[in-house]
Design a protein around this ligand. Structure first.
Ligand SMILES: [Cu+2]
Length: 160
């Protein structure tokens, strides 16, 4: 009896955790911005992302040292370097257009732009059976399984 109960509790935890993990993994893609072969341009110089996404400023082995500094200080890769690997995540509420420059090469046009689009609303409302193509139904079925297990657990507790 005790064993069965422990097994059910474990199963519940694993299922719930899996559900949470899949939700986290659903959001947040990473877009890499590097420096092109001219050494004086970001590549791509303009990107469009969504709230929750990450922009990774990544270059190495550059002939010149570069940085990426947002005009209002929203993000900043620090001192210009020949190798940079700095990521910035645009959280919810940060939608907008961000302009940044490479400080040593701003005068020759080494500037970039990041457009951050608002994330889709996540409704906690129980309605919306409108199946989105991007929404896997796995978490939902896992929740159902979790509820069934929870019910079984209560019955076991009642008998014990
Ligand atoms: Cu530069």
């Amino acid at each position: 009896m005790g064993k069965a109960k422990a097994l059910l509790v474990t199963a519940l935890l694993v299922l719930l955790q899996g559900d949470l993990t899949s939700q986290v993994l659903q959001s947040g893609e990473t877009t890499v911005v590097t420096v092109d072969s001219t050494s004086l341009r970001f590549s791509p110089s303009s990107v469009t992302v969504t709230e929750g996404d990450t922009v990774r400023f990544f270059w190495s082995g550059q002939a010149l040292a570069h940085n990426a500094v947002e005009e209002n200080g929203v993000f900043d890769t620090g001192e210009p370097e020949r190798a940079v690997d700095v990521s910035f995540t645009f959280e919810r509420g940060m939608n907008g257009t961000y302009t940044y420059v490479c400080e040593p090469h701003e005068a020759v046009g080494m500037v970039g732009q990041i457009v951050v689009e608002p994330a889709a609303e996540v409704e906690a409302e129980p309605e919306a059976p409108v199946a989105s193509e991007n929404t896997p139904f796995l978490p939902a079925s896992m929740m159902t399984l979790a509820f069934v297990l929870a019910f079984a657990l209560r019955r076991l507790q009642g008998n014990g």
